[in-house]
Design a protein around this ligand. Structure first.
Ligand SMILES: Nc1nc2c(ncn2[C@@H]2O[C@H](COP(=O)(O)OP(=O)(O)OP(=O)(O)O)[C@@H](O)[C@H]2O)c(=O)[nH]1
Ligand SMILES: [Mg+2]
Length: 223
């Protein structure tokens, strides 16, 4: 058991090295990279579809989708109007930097402003593997329950923005928003948070404004 720790550290450090290369490729092309993480079914692809439809007149978008199997999500992103690449992990519960590097080689980065990576639906493994994206966004959703920050602290600690999706279901599901937000505040004080619904569009504008502000800030840094 003792020998596993250095091996895990080596894997993560090799991953960090490739992640740094990915970030540098994105920066050279002026692309802002967002890493969307969530439980299965929280609404990652739904939010990506909204993001594409609302911003595609102003920004050139690409999506890299990570799933164990199928190209369902990449097809949805393409149908919404973005370049898209599907990664099938074949069983791995997260994307890693090498997988993203392969996907980036299939995209014309010079023609992209915003890259959204949809990680594999999982609240544990994706938190440990840097990809080289600039910001991580966690999409929580009301039906998952209000205890998730307490049970998956690593994920909640490591993100720069939080979406609380499916607020249209608040009248039907037991979800104590105050308890949920207290858990988040302990782990990630002041975390920028967007309660919204991909079903009714409520709250979407604040999230979209954040994406555009991040895009502007990134342009100023890399120019
Ligand atoms: N009621 C409600 N349903 C939603 C909302 N957003 C997404 N859904 C539904 O939730 C289900 C899962 O949505 P997806 O966008 O595919 O979720 P995902 O996180 O991409 O799922 P995986 O990629 O399989 O992990 C679909 O049936 C959506 O229609 C919402 O705001 N409200
Ligand atoms: Mg999806």
């Amino acid at each position: 058991m003792k020998e596993r720790i250095p091996i895990v550290e080596k894997i993560l450090s090799a991953n960090d090295h490739i992640a740094a290369q990915n970030k540098s490729a994105l920066d050279s092309a002026g692309v802002l990279g967002l890493n969307f993480m969530a439980s299965p079914g929280a609404g990652k692809t739904s939010l990506i579809e909204h993001t594409i439809k609302k911003l595609k007149d102003r920004l050139k978008l690409a999506v890299v989708d990570g799933d164990v199997a199928t190209s369902i999500d990449a097809d949805r992103a393409a149908a919404a109007g973005a370049q898209s690449v599907q990664i099938n992990t074949g069983g791995e519960c997260h994307l890693d930097a090498i997988m993203l590097q392969g996907a980036l080689s299939e995209l014309h980065l010079e023609e992209i402003d915003l890259l959204i990576v949809e990680n594999v639906g999982n609240l544990i493994c994706p938190a440990s593997f840097k990809l080289g994206t600039h910001k991580s966004v966690l999409i929580a959703s009301v039906p998952e329950g209000d205890d998730k920050p307490y049970k998956y602290p690593g994920m909640y600690r490591g993100v720069e923005a939080l979406v609380i999706n499916k607020i249209d279901l608040l009248p039907y599901v037991e979800f104590d928003m105050e308890y949920f937000r207290q858990g988040v505040e302990i782990l990630n004080p002041g975390l920028v948070t967007f309660p919204l619904s991909c079903r009714t569009d409520e709250g979407l504008d604040a999230y979209l404004a954040w994406v555009e502000t991040e895009m502007e800030a990134h342009r100023r840094v890399v120019q």
